[in-house]
Design a protein around this ligand. Structure first.
Ligand code: NAP
Ligand code: MG
Length: 503
């Protein structure tokens, strides 16, 4: 689809204070980064990226497809085989990654405004979490370049045997729109630390910060072709990456549905795949919990980023005897959250990312009522421009309703009663997902027993949503496989060679 509209940046980005962000948006259409050069898509097509707070066009973006992915793969392959990146010293790679971290921080105000304009999230959160978090991720993985070891192995005395840990090669990185810069950082930084070259395809809804990151990566002096960025749609650019015979690995974050398609496409050349997919995470609150902590955390656990978080605690399990009290306290607190434009400092809850997501969430609000759930607060969209939905708490939910089984990805919580510890664990685990879970109790034995029993890649005890780049992150069941972050990310982006030397 070729976009004819000429964006009016002044109007679409009204309220933005960073002149750098306005300048970046004004040089539209944005291009693809291939082999160190910014180029239009071969087809000449572009698409629009929209400010979800006012539905106006922020910029036109090059629509890359298979032909552009082919060029990007050639550039990444050339850079990899020439050893421009894999054969420099690990210390040099550390320096480059630290430089990227520094540039992200130096340009943090601009990046935060671009993220808020494109995604809708509150500016203070974009600045503190997405942008500072992305710089932190580059800094963390900068340290890993010099700490990737092989082993010497106990051998027959007539041989000397050792292993080498080598980069996988050319990596395709496909990212979602909920934390656009941070998801890109979480894949690019470890891939580069290990010596790979990459092709990034950011989500069509939020391509801006990835493109600005591409400029900063060039400014940091990373050799041409090491990082390539192809914007475009899933079925065009995304599937070209997952099917490509010369891509060695795909790292994907997004929906379970697309994750399955990526895995199926990988069989063409048996490329390695790691998948970070959806969730329907249980947040279990026992009556002995400190409710002054449990309630605000249950709220941010499900409403943070307008609920567009893979680890969102969307199924809140509350023991029967305190169910009504919980509904009352949670409802009162949630109704005080200000919904609005992310650029307004009062805003706690921004718009949903896109019209498609807005319609989808509204569909689930109607479905919840039809299934017999009762919205104690919210339950509807806000009239007018922008994709705003009121924070919603559904009561009288049982775990078999579709609103308790399907990922909604909006500010919609489902409160489900439970009888006792066994019932809480059974219901909590009764889901096709297994990304995260939480348990609130002052009883340490119960906390640990429940943490062990929950089938999820991350379990929080008396907290929700804590994240640390040194901790592994990933899913059980249909929430995917592979663990990002920490030393586990190094496993994802390296392969091991056994070398036998006859003495
Ligand atoms: P999605 O389709 O899975 O998008 C994630 C990424 O995959 C985007 O870059 C997307 O490109 C790309 N993609 C789409 N189809 C593809 C294909 N056939 N081959 C290769 N890549 C492809 O997610 P969505 O449609 O934006 O959101 C739908 C639902 O996914 C949400 O409601 C939520 O439940 C879930 N989700 C989960 C996460 C998470 O962090 N786990 C993040 C976002 C969404 P496009 O830009 O063209 O879409
Ligand atoms: Mg947008």
């Amino acid at each position: 689809m070729s976009a004819a509209t000429t964006p009016s940046v002044e109007s679409a980005a009204r309220g933005a204070k960073s002149s750098a962000a306005i300048g970046f948006l004004s040089s539209s259409p944005k291009k693809l980064l291939i082999g160190g050069k910014w180029v239009p898509s071969k087809s000449g097509k572009t698409f629009e990226t929209i400010n979800p707070a006012n539905e106006q066009v922020l910029a036109l973006i090059a629509e890359g497809d298979k032909a552009d992915v082919d060029e990007a793969v050639k550039a990444a392959r050339k850079a990899f085989e020439e050893g421009k990146w894999s054969s420099i010293t690990p210390h040099q790679r550390t320096r480059y990654l630290l430089k990227i971290a520094e540039l992200i921080e130096q340009n943090g105000d601009e990046l935060a405004e671009l993220e808020t304009l494109d995604n809708g999230k509150p500016l203070s959160q974009a600045r503190a979490i997405d942008i500072n978090g992305s710089a932190g991720i580059f800094r963390y993985f900068a340290g890993w370049s010099t700490k990737i070891y092989g082993d010497t192995n106990p051998s027959d005395p007539s041989t000397f045997n050792f292993t080498l840990r080598e980069p996988v090669g050319v990596c395709g990185l496909i990212t979602p729109w909920n934390f656009p810069l941070m998801m890109a950082a979480q894949k690019i930084a470890p891939a580069l630390a290990c010596g790979n070259t990459v092709i990034l395809k950011p989500a069509e809804q939020t391509p801006l910060t990835a493109l600005r990151l591409g400029e900063l990566i060039q400014e940091a002096g990373i050799p041409d072709g090491v990082v390539n960025i192809v914007t475009g749609f899933g079925p065009g650019a995304g599937s070209a990456i997952s099917e490509h015979p010369d891509i060695d690995k795909v790292s994907f974050t997004g929906s379970t549905e697309v994750g399955k398609m990526i895995l199926a496409a990988s069989t063409s050349n048996l490329k390695r795949v790691s998948l970070e997919l959806g969730g329907k995470s249980p947040n279990i609150i026992f009556p002995d919990a400190d409710l002054s902590q449990a309630i605000p955390n249950a709220m941010s656990g499900v409403f943070f980023n307008s609920g567009q978080v893979c680890v969102a605690g969307t199924r809140i399990f509350v023991q029967q005897e305190m169910y009504d009290n919980f509904l009352d306290q949670f409802g009162k607190a949630a109704e005080r959250m200000t919904v609005g434009d992310g650029l307004d400092p009062k805003t706690r809850l921004g718009p949903l990312v896109s019209k498609e997501q807005f319609d989808r969430v509204k569909g689930y609000l109607a479905l919840g009522r039809k299934e017999g759930a009762r919205a104690t607060i919210g339950g509807e969209a806000i009239e007018g421009k922008g994709y705003f939905v009121k924070p919603t708490l559904f009561a009288d939910v049982n775990n078999s309703m579709r609103i308790a089984r399907e990922e909604i990805f909006g500010p919609v919580a489902a409160a489900i009663p439970f009888k006792d510890e066994t019932d809480a664990v059974l219901q909590g685990n009764d889901t096709t997902y297994g990304l995260a879970a939480a348990v609130w109790t002052k009883d340490i034995s119960r906390a640990i027993k429940v943490a062990r029993a929950l089938k999820a890649g991350t379990v929080w005890v008396n907290c929700y949503g804590l994240a640390d780049t040194s901790m592994p992150f990933g899913g059980y069941k249909q929430s995917g496989f592979g663990r990002e972050n920490g030393k586990y990310a190094i496993d994802l982006f390296t392969q091991i060679k056994s070398v036998y030397v006859k003495l």
